[in-house]
Write a protein that binds this ligand. Sequence first.
Ligand code: MOS
Length: 764
Amino acid sequence: MNVSARAEGGMIGRPTPRIDGRLKVTGAARYPSDVILEDTAYAFLVMSTIARGRIKEFDLTEAQAVDGVLDILTYENTKGKVRKSRYFMRGGYAASSVVPLESPKIWHDGQIVAMVVAETYEAAREAAYKVRVESSAREAAPGFDERRPQPRQTPHIFAGSEPQVGDAETAFQDSDVQIDAYYTTPTQHHNAIELYTTTCVWSGDQLTVHEPSQYVHGLKNGLAKQLGIKPEKVRAVSPFIGGAFGAKAALTSRTALVAIAAKRLNRPVKLVATRQQGFTVSTYRAETQHHIKLGADRSGRLMSLSHEGWEVSSRSDDYKVAGTETTALLYACPNVFTRVNIVHADRSTPGFMRSPAEVPYVFALESAMDELAAALSMDPVELRRINDTRVSPIDQKPFSSRSLRTCYDRAAEAFGWSKRNPVPGSMQDGEWLVGWGCATACYPTNVAPAEARVTLAPNGTARVQTAGHDLGTGAYTAIALTAAEFLGVSLESINVELGDSTLPPAPVAGGSNATASICNAVAQACEDIRDRLARAAVQSGGALRGADATSIRLSRGALVSADGRSEELKESLSRLGFGPIEGFSKYVPEVASLPIRIMGHTLLSRGLPVMTIGTSAGDHVQYAFGAEFVEVRVHERTREIRVPRLVGAFAAGRIVSPTTARSQLLGALIWGVASALHEETEIDERVTRYVNKDLADYMIPVNADIRDVEVILVPEEDHKVNALGIKGLGELGNVGTNAAIANAVYHATGRRIRDLPIRIEDLL
Ligand code: MOS
């Protein structure tokens, strides 16, 4: 069914507070970590303290003697119980291809080597500290061998993520102006406030898992595979998530162990991984290195762009984000070369972290663009403007829509960019060196198949059910607004249920696909209802007899025809039988029937691609864009760095829920400050171990670090991306912010910092 007809509700695009806000601020929202069931036993993890080697022996004597200890899982008694669930980059659901407690082999520091279960959390923790593990360690590789990358260190595994066109090297040599520079980004961890917790309870052969998740269907299917049971025997529940950012998308090792412990004890088991353990229990953003070469003519037109990236992955897996798929098509350029290399280290497998590919790769390109502007003595905004493009330079496919220039215009005006003196160090204010910088934000428009069920009752209330997720993004609100629009009822009449695998399947809440995918599904389900009511009404002897069924709209609790006739919803419903009417939809993005790759893979679920990625959406490419402007102040003596002002203008198609969209973008800009100045997971290279594993030492901005943040939503219509024209923006706003800040630091000080995060010591 087609939902291109816009319903008349005026709800989509209406600013409204998040509908789950009251539940959250009053504490009534029940997060998976809040779940405590009767007779629960508590689990505590024992982690490897070596990064590579083998366990030789366990001594559990002391641990078992702790009062209240019920069970201790090690590979010796758990081996073979957990089956392999395929690694998610290979079409499965698991965060790593290492099977939990499979063998004495140690792949990384902080690997789960045992799990203690006891009557209380305290007893489990005490016993866990008393588990003695004797192991033999081999020398481990912490990450990149060199500060500067080496040529391809491993054969690359995936095809399709290294876009190229023309002859970049020759064009570079022939260019009037050349930039040739290396950039790096650090290891980062998501550090969501809700920890990695899992509660499992069996009822006969039926397992229920309460775990914060951005993909309950993935959790259910992957866990069923690991346990060797049918997926319908597993229910995953996660109605709220206290932050996820990509780290709660794939199935981690802990879940199956908790399920096994609960089965063995025949009682509920709850695990809370500590914040420190969380650094290796789930995924993270690994460090990256970049070599960028830009060649331009004297007018600033790009002639050559080359971007080679290096990424760290684990020994066991070939994770990579391969952001050159984006940087290769950001600007017009006749000659493009890209390559991505994986360097294997004795670390846990990295994974998605908000804007996985774009945060590191666009940092490198947008820093280099600023260097090029400086070399050309050209305004950096003007450089973006003259290199803007309507088509991908790689294959000439058009962008479905691209409002980058408008974003620059709007943000530059709001920021007051025209008052900038381009000379570095020229804008001093008292003791502070003032710098203004800018960069492009972009994110592919991804859409996935999704299902939704909508039930409309005679009193005009409706229930919307889909196994999507609200990570704090505003999904509940966007979905409710969509249903209210298409059912012609008030927002208060809509009840949305999410985050339960018993609901109709929905995709991972990742890749910023959720609003586009789910709202299209919900709209279709509402249209299903409208269509059936309308067809019955026009054939009846009622007020709408003989009207054109396709013209009938649902509005304010009534069916209304184009010629002005109407009938109460109650009456229309009673014609189809007593009680509520149910609409159902399976939304399949139009482009989903094409062979779609995600990072070089074609991922299929029931014959359909798991997600349509914006870089390869059929006959076009689809992206959301933004422009970000920042002011930094660097103290002339202490070199303290402040960011008093951030302005971002963003165009992301139709905005369903402006209030929560704006909130997403505000948070994203602030995270961009973290990316530029604060966040880095430090690693002790002697032992390949993270050292700042808590929120005291893992730096993020606090309120005192942030002053003025302005978000401008640039109107944009795009009829190609999907029926509702939604692009998604969860990951858009923190792309490019790090580069804008680095560029502003250059403008303030004349110092070009190419390695993140930028800290005081870099500017001394
Ligand atoms: Mo997002 S990193 O795709 O969950």
